[in-house]
Design a binder for this molecule. Structure first.
Ligand SMILES: [Zn+2]
Ligand SMILES: [Zn+2]
Length: 213
């Protein structure tokens, strides 16, 4: 069984997910904690549940999704994994937050490694396969656990909406084609956990998402 805890962190706000199973091995997806109280909340949750974090995954490297990565490195000795194509977002994080009027953030930590569709992320008795769906960012990834029917979509797909495509990530057509080809072909009951906002299902998106008609 998979347990999924969702936090909403930072000014944007981003969904940060902690996912674990009966072995207590866990992954953190999009660690967005920014303020001290958010970091403390995440730390306490991990400690209280005796979780052993084995992967820190980034659906993409937009700053709101990686603010907490330096904290995870300092506190738990773990570095993030993401798609290579998004590296400029990490390397230029200080310049890019300034554009959005955010004054400061911690210095970025280099990635542990890169992920792409050929890779699998294993933790405990579970595994994620990976979809690469550019459009919102060039390196946007979705993490899919087939056995549990859950999909983490980052900013690729939201409940009844899709990610913005004005950040130089490949554009709307690429994004929509990727969603149709790789996500809408999953079972209708597949639960979707997005980078922002509420969760959804593949069936609901097929039925109600106007962008995907
Ligand atoms: Zn984004
Ligand atoms: Zn985002």
């Amino acid at each position: 069984m998979l347990n999924i805890k969702k936090f909403e962190f930072n000014m944007l706000p981003v969904n940060t997910y902690v996912v674990w199973d009966e072995t207590k091995e866990a992954v953190v997806i999009d660690c967005g904690c920014y303020y001290d109280n958010e970091k403390e909340e995440l730390k306490q949750f991990i400690l209280e549940n005796n979780l052993n974090i084995t992967h820190l995954l980034d659906t993409h490297l937009h700053f709101d999704h990686v603010f907490g990565n330096p904290f995870m490195w300092k506190e738990f000795g773990i570095k993030a994994e993401a798609h290579k194509a998004d590296l400029p977002w990490l390397e230029q994080i200080k310049e890019r937050i300034a554009v959005f009027g955010i004054r400061e953030c911690e210095d970025p930590v280099p990635l542990k490694g890169f992920l792409d569709e050929k890779d699998t992320v294993v933790f405990g008795n579970h595994k994620f396969s990976i979809f690469h769906i550019p459009g919102h960012s060039l390196g946007s990834l979705c993490f899919y656990c087939k056995e549990e029917n859950v999909l983490f979509t980052g900013d690729v797909l939201f409940r009844f909406s899709i990610g913005r495509t004005d950040f130089g990530g490949g554009g709307e057509e690429m994004l929509i084609n990727g969603i149709k080809e790789k996500i809408l072909t999953l079972p209708d009951e597949t639960k979707i956990y997005s980078g922002h906002g509420p969760s959804s299902t593949v069936g609901d998106e097929k039925m109600y998402n106007m962008y995907l008609r």
